[in-house]
Design a protein around this ligand. Structure first.
Ligand code: B12
Length: 209
């Protein structure tokens, strides 16, 4: 079994302590950071499917998430490009009621490496907190909202509405997360959408150009 397959199976089974070293071994074996990341994302998809079928429960999902985060830490310097010019500040967070942050953290990492200064508000962020953050920080050019639950899509909509009606300007809103589609993004009034962290950086650059 190649090291990349080991990484996938360690994330799937939530073997937190072994993931970092195995990711490093996979890199040493010549695998690209991108391929290793995709193996881990694939593992999380399997974990989600197992949760759906009742094969595993929340604690198992949580340890897999922790395992993936350990792996991402090792990949970070290999994934991040060189942010040459400064594109301004991006406020990012997972919307209220939602605790998922792996995807949001990957997006933050890619935006940072593309030249944005990141203010990460974390998880379970209320619409008001996003608005306050724009007031408190200068040069906010982008607000990025993440949501993984279908039940938090209305909160995402409410957050976009509040941002747009805040009277503040000079920033664009980008949204994403597994249940978010281009259609939904347009429907809730966001300026942009991207399906993954790599394309989020491309879209973000376009939005602030
Ligand atoms: C890990 C996990 C958890 C962990 C989260 C830990 C953490 N620190 O994040 C824990 C255990 C806490 C958890 C809890 C729950 N979870 Co959960 N979870 C997952 C799981 C397995 C993986 C998510 C993940 O990290 N994926 C990997 C990352 C890299 O992918 P991603 O998040 O999609 O991000 C990418 C893109 O979406 C995009 N993106 C993400 N954000 C943004 C933002 C912007 C601006 C842009 C442009 C792009 C973008 O780019 C990212 C990188 O490429 C998913 C299954 C799945 N297939 O997604 C279920 C899943 C999301 N969870 C689910 C559920 C039901 C729950 C719970 C309700 C379970 C429960 N009964 O308690 C709770 C809800 C808690 C809450 N209030 O949020 C369901 C959601 C179903 C639905 N349709 O709403 C899923 C789909 C599992 C399933 N198949 O049923 N979960």
């Amino acid at each position: 079994m190649s090291k990349i397959e080991d990484v996938k199976s360690l994330v799937e089974s939530g073997r937190t302590k072994l993931v970092a070293a195995t990711v490093q071994e996979a890199l040493d074996e010549g695998n690209t950071a991108d391929n290793i990341l995709h193996a881990m994302i694939d593992a999380m998809r399997v974990v989600g499917d197992k949760f759906s079928t009742g094969e595993i429960f929340v604690p198992e999902m949580l340890v897999s998430a922790k395992a993936m985060s350990k792996g991402v830490e090792v990949l970070k310097p290999h994934l991040a490009g060189e942010g040459t010019s400064s594109l301004g500040t991006c406020v990012i967070g997972t919307v209220q009621g939602d605790l998922h942050d792996i995807g949001k953290n990957l997006v933050a990492m890619m935006l940072e490496s593309n030249g944005f200064t990141i203010i990460d508000l974390g998880i379970d962020v209320s619409p008001q907190k996003f608005v306050d953050s724009i007031k408190e920080n200068k040069d906010v050019r982008l607000v990025a909202l993440s949501g993984l639950l279908t039940t938090t899509m209305p909160t995402m909509k409410e957050t976009v509405k509040m941002l747009k009606e805040s009277g503040l300007n000079g920033f664009k809103v980008i949204v994403g997360g597994a249940p978010v589609t281009e259609e939904l993004a347009a429907e809730i009034g966001a300026d942009g959408f991207a399906p993954d962290a790599g394309s989020a950086a491309v879209m973000a650059r376009k939005l602030v150009a």
